[in-house]
Design a protein around this ligand. Structure first.
Ligand code: ADP
Length: 536
């Protein structure tokens, strides 16, 4: 800890809440600039909506959401249309304040007219979302899954998933929402911070009982009931990769603003908490992404009325210690040095178990499934390394609990990274270093350099498009610090241009074609400039 500042550079900086130090010029920081903003409920919902618009089949794991207050009329209208077309549809919605956490301010409604408009929604925007009424239950209780994901690098994209996570249980038996039970938070909300206050909360010394368990213990249980847990685990990996693909465009804009290319700066990594709910048919649904997941391995126990003590929590310890330990192993600067001096990497450092499943469930008959993650996968000894390499200090450690999923599965998912390429165009025309918004001149230059203006689309029309979209996005923005066109506004303008130019194609093909056209024209322009440079 450096309460009074730090004088010497470090290898690894561990920031408590967010990336905030502009005086770091080397090493690695455990937070990405802008991550907190990128995973807020509204921003996440917008990012998922863009991806759903392009790839509806691939992005069907996030509940349908509307942003309040600006989309209230749209929400009311869409629900009315859906109810008219299907009178037996009796939906429930969940209203969640933007930037809230631990269930704070969340409530369920049966009808759009039940949204609490009194003052708060104007000052505190929110997301209203379809409520998942039929979650998978265990012991008659609703539960969610907290999985830890390491975003090790943004460019190139590197993602790791922890092989085990937590399952957090409600403390009242679940019933589908009715007007009578809508307010029962211990039945509908799985937040640990809420349920801990229920008289029914069970602290257990075992990882497979109680109100907080390991995810692997749930998988074991499902497997013993004959569920296809291999498919479930691979669906979860897809969900995580797709979600991060949806978040990277915005993250890249923040990144270049805080750590401009060419300027000495640190690299970043970050542990994220993914909250996932399973449907009855075992389909995983994303609830939210946490930029700052709790890493506490203790919980408070009330010894006598009003007297609390911190006691170790075995479940948290089992999962979280492994996540932190292995994150440090993966970003270990000493490992990089060893690699440089000996020309080799310990295979353990980067590889993952061939099997897709969390360790406890690998190749074991369901009857003997157990939850001793580390004992099942033995770390290969130092003898596996080249003979003249010094023994790695890692030899004494358990094998990695973090499994690399990207670039490992890059081939299957790279076609989804269209908005990333749009963001690359956006960043290219930002001009001034350190900014996140595109000015009118930057937008005009983009149109001109990519030769997108013609007799049907004059430069005056370009200016109108810029003004219209930018004004609307800025009126919805939470921060009004910078004027200009934000990434989402640019994406909207880009989709609009793509639609104009390639009307007959499906949405994602329109966007892909326009990206290819722009990239091609910019490459040609660059070639020409280089040639002129040589001749000059
Ligand atoms: P917070 O950040 O305040 O915890 P979440 O989005 O995680 O907000 O929601 C809190 C809890 O509400 C979740 O843990 C889950 O139990 C429940 N929940 C959230 N969204 C939904 C949904 N769409 N359907 C069903 N339950 C939900």
């Amino acid at each position: 800890q450096f309460p009074f500042g730090r004088r010497l550079p470090c290898d690894i900086y561990w920031h408590g809440v967010s990336f905030h130090d502009s005086n770091i010029f080397s090493g690695q920081v455990n937070k990405f600039p802008g991550m907190m903003e990128t995973v807020r409920k509204i921003t996440l919902s917008r990012a998922m909506r863009i991806m759903h618009g392009l790839f509806p089949q691939e992005y069907n794991f996030y509940p349908r959401s509307w942003i309040l207050p600006e989309e209230l009329p749209l929400f009311v209208a869409e629900v009315r249309v859906m109810k008219d077309s299907n009178p037996s549809w009796k939906p429930t919605f969940i209203v969640k304040p933007d930037g809230g956490c631990q269930g704070d301010g969340i409530y369920l409604i049966k009808d759009p007219s039940d949204i609490r408009l009194t003052g708060s929604i104007q000052s505190r925007p929110a997301v209203v979302q379809e409520y998942i009424c039929k979650p998978l239950l265990v012991d008659n209780l609703k539960f969610d899954i907290r999985l830890y994901v390491l975003l090790k690098s943004l460019e190139p994209l590197e993602i790791y998933i922890a092989k085990d996570g937590l399952s957090r249980f409600c403390t009242e038996p679940y019933q589908e929402p009715t007007l009578k039970n809508l307010h029962q938070v211990f039945m509908h909300l799985t937040n640990y911070s809420l349920n801990i206050h229920s008289g029914n909360f069970i602290h257990s010394a075992s990882v497979n009982t109680g109100s907080k368990r390991t995810f692997s213990s749930i998988l074991c249980r499902l497997s013993s009931r004959g569920a296809d847990i291999k498919k479930l685990w691979s669906d979860i990996i897809s969900l995580v990769i797709k979600t991060i693909i949806a978040l990277t465009p915005e993250l890249k804009v923040y990144y270049q603003s805080d750590i401009p290319a060419g300027k000495p700066g640190p690299t970043c990594f970050q542990i994220l908490g993914f909250d996932i709910l399973l449907l009855k048919n075992l389909k995983p649904m994303l609830l939210e992404v946490n930029a700052n997941p709790s890493m506490r391995i203790e919980h408070e126990q009330e010894l006598s009325p009003g007297v609390f003590e911190n006691v170790p929590s075995p479940v948290d310890e089992e999962v979280k210690v492994a996540v932190i330990r292995d994150t440090l192993r993966l970003v270990d600067p000493q490992k990089r040095k060893r690699k440089d001096t000996h020309g080799l990497v310990s295979t353990r450092g980067v590889s993952v178990a061939g099997d897709e499943l969390p360790a406890p469930c690998q190749s074991l008959p369901s009857a003997v499934l157990c939850c001793r993650c580390q004992s099942l996968e033995q770390a290969p000894g130092a003898s596996q390394e080249l003979p003249d390499a010094p023994p790695s200090p890692e030899a004494a450690l358990p094998s990695l609990c973090l499994k690399q999923v990207f670039p490992k599965y890059a081939k299957q998912f790279s076609y989804l990274r269209l908005v990333d390429r749009v963001a690359a165009l956006f960043i290219r025309f930002l001009g001034v270093k350190g900014t996140t918004k595109l000015g009118p001149t930057g937008f005009r230059t983009f149109i001109r350099n990519c030769k997108l203006s013609n007799s049907n689309f004059s430069m005056a029309a370009v200016d109108i498009l810029y003004i219209d979209i930018t004004r609307r996005w800025n009126s919805m923005a939470i921060d009004h610090k910078e004027s200009g066109m934000c990434l989402q506004a640019f994406v909207e303008a880009f989709f609009c241009l793509a639609q104009k130019k390639y009307k007959s194609l499906p949405r994602h093909k329109q966007v892909e074609s326009l990206i290819e056209l722009c990239e091609c024209r910019l490459a040609a322009l660059r070639g020409k400039r280089l040639l002129w440079g040589c001749q000059g």
